[in-house]
Ligand binder design. Structure first.
Ligand code: SIN
Length: 529
């Protein structure tokens, strides 16, 4: 058994920010499934929404966030996160993140981008690869911390709680079992403060802008430990994922539309004008639904994002990553519109926490996309997520270091693998994995109905039974653990969606197309048992 003052699972912006702060107070393990930088953060293109300009105000940012959230944001949480943003951005700059600057009235100022739903230009960015730059700087900062160990190629299997061990004390999180991918052994980590910073669950859908690691591990582990889960029906579909047979999950940033990009249908029409007066820069839920409708109506396989009217030099300078990637797939965005489709992008719900990352289980914190603080409500405003991750990680670290360590150290049992054998039926894992992702896409996507949700629910129950059998009979592997988590999270999304008999924000159902404030202006809260 290994012991740390803080065990952090996940190495994106939230996990690393927490680790940097906690390391001043004690020993830290950062456990991550693949390499340190294999995170959703590193894929973030757009940037961080934060009030930094004289033309902007906290009040406007709060108003825009509440507007997108469709009545379900927690205003106090939004206010806290928005107003503490500038201080956290200063810390990122101290770590060496150089946000883009431009000439404004003869002097250099931050170059602020505009994205859908924002009334002002307020998105700080590093060209079109903001997340990658932040991730690298945070990892470099971590390397200088002697108190931190980075456990790469290790996947958390399950949380260890006093209830699971049958202790007759208050239930709390005592640590985590972790699979070492290289040796296949499961190690026991004891920690008084365990932090889930595992990101989202985009891989639960067939098409996603997320990297392969996004399999909902944190939500699934928390669920199994009896922690409260909130608002999982609100999955954000990004309107513009590159449509190309060989391109996997490549996002075309909303910033392209922010700089004037226009969505066109297969006939070249600026169709968004028929759906919303804000046109191509309407909020994401509206644009994603409009594209879905346009594709279904016309039978076309995608729509097109056209920024060819902008100067070539501007496009190359502002979007070097997108430009180069599209070129690799034979698309020259200087001369032709980019084929795009909507894809699963962000999990607005998650483990229910307060604004300090505290969950319903003492000793367990959740920060970043895995958590549901009340910031995003029923629909996240673009570029608010890196901001939330940064601010809540800081607050959670501050709260966690103040929580006294437990004086009574408990010895934890080793992982019991029982009578196991190697998985020789990998094909079943892959088949189930594909089936879940396809059924979620077909039945639990941008437009839902009761019947489709019920169908998905029944199928998922069967799959979960099969997977449970596998889990107990075979030696655990990352593939199997991810499949189990994926199935759990898919079922949570479906169950939450079935509870909400209205349409609001990202949850749109043909059977209940109206918003019902009388019955449903509230969070969905699920807990096991
Ligand atoms: C984007 O660049 O379009 C993604 C930004 C975000 O999802 O916040």
């Amino acid at each position: 058994m290994k012991e740390y003052d803080f065990a952090i699972i996940g190495s994106g912006i939230a996990g690393l920010s927490f680790a940097l702060k906690a390391a001043r107070q004690g020993s830290v393990a950062v456990i991550t499934k693949r390499k340190g930088a294999d995170t959703n953060t590193a894929w973030a293109q757009g940037g961080i929404a934060c009030v930094t300009s004289d033309e902007d105000s906290f009040e406007l940012h709060v108003r825009d966030t509440l507007g997108a959230g469709a009545g379900l944001c927690d205003e106090a949480v939004v206010r806290t996160i928005v107003t503490e943003g500038p201080e956290r951005i200063r810390e990122l700059a101290e770590l060496g993140v150089e946000f883009d600057q431009g000439q404004v009235s003869g002097h250099r100022e931050l170059d602020l981008a505009k994205e859908g739903g924002h009334s002002k230009r307020r998105v700080l960015h590093v060209r079109d690869a903001t997340g990658r730059e932040i991730e690298e700087r945070l990892l470099r900062g971590l390397e200088k911390q002697p108190n931190v160990e980075l456990w790469e190629d290790h996947m958390a299997v399950d949380l260890i709680t006093s209830a699971k061990l049958g202790f007759a004390t208050e239930d709390r999180c005592l640590g985590v079992y972790v699979l070492d991918e290289k040796t296949g052994e499961v190690e026991t980590i004891r920690s008084d403060r365990t932090v889930l910073a595992t990101g989202g669950c985009g891989k639960v859908y067939l098409y996603t802008t997320n990297p392969d690691i996004a399999t909902g591990d944190g939500v699934a582990m928390a669920w199994r430990a009896g922690v409260e889960i909130s608002n999982m029906e609100f999955i954000q579909f990004h309107p513009t994922c590159l449509f190309h047979a060989e391109a996997k999950s490549f996002l075309i940033s909303e910033a392209v539309r922010g700089e004037g990009g226009i969505l066109r249908n297969h006939r070249g029409e600026d169709f968004m004008r028929h759906y919303d007066s804000r046109g191509s820069l309407a909020p994401r839920d509206i644009v994603a639904r409009a594209i879905d409708a346009e594709i279904k109506r016309s039978g076309a396989r995608c729509v097109f994002l056209d920024i060819t009217h902008k100067p070539a030099e501007f496009i190359r300078e502002r979007f070097p990553h997108i430009y180069q990637t599209c070129l690799r797939f034979g698309i020259d965005m200087l001369k032709q519109a980019i084929p795009v489709v909507p894809a699963a992008h962000y999990q607005c719900g998650g483990i229910k926490t307060d604004v300090n990352g505290a969950t319903s289980l003492p000793g367990l914190y959740a920060i970043g996309e895995v958590a549901c603080t009340g910031m995003h409500g029923a629909n996240r405003l673009a570029s608010n997520s890196l901001l939330e991750g940064l601010v809540v990680a800081h607050r959670a670290a501050t709260a966690a270091v103040r929580t006294p360590a437990r004086t009574q150290k408990i010895s934890l049992p080793e992982w019991q693998s029982g009578n196991v054998q190697d998985v020789d039926e990998l094909v079943v894992i892959y088949h189930n994995w594909d089936e879940i992702r396809r059924l979620m896409w077909d039945y639990v996507g941008i437009v839902r109905t009761d019947k489709r949700l019920q169908r998905a629910s029944a199928r998922l129950r069967n799959l979960q039974r099969e997977i449970r059998e596998f889990y107990w009979n075979f030696k655990v592997s990352i593939d199997l653990l991810e499949l189990r988590n994926l199935a759990t999270v898919a079922a949570l999304i479906v169950d939450s969606a079935l509870c909400r008999k209205e349409s609001r924000g990202l949850h749109y159902t043909l059977d209940h197309p109206e918003t019902d404030d009388r019955e449903f202006k509230r969070d969905t809260l699920l807990s096991r048992g």
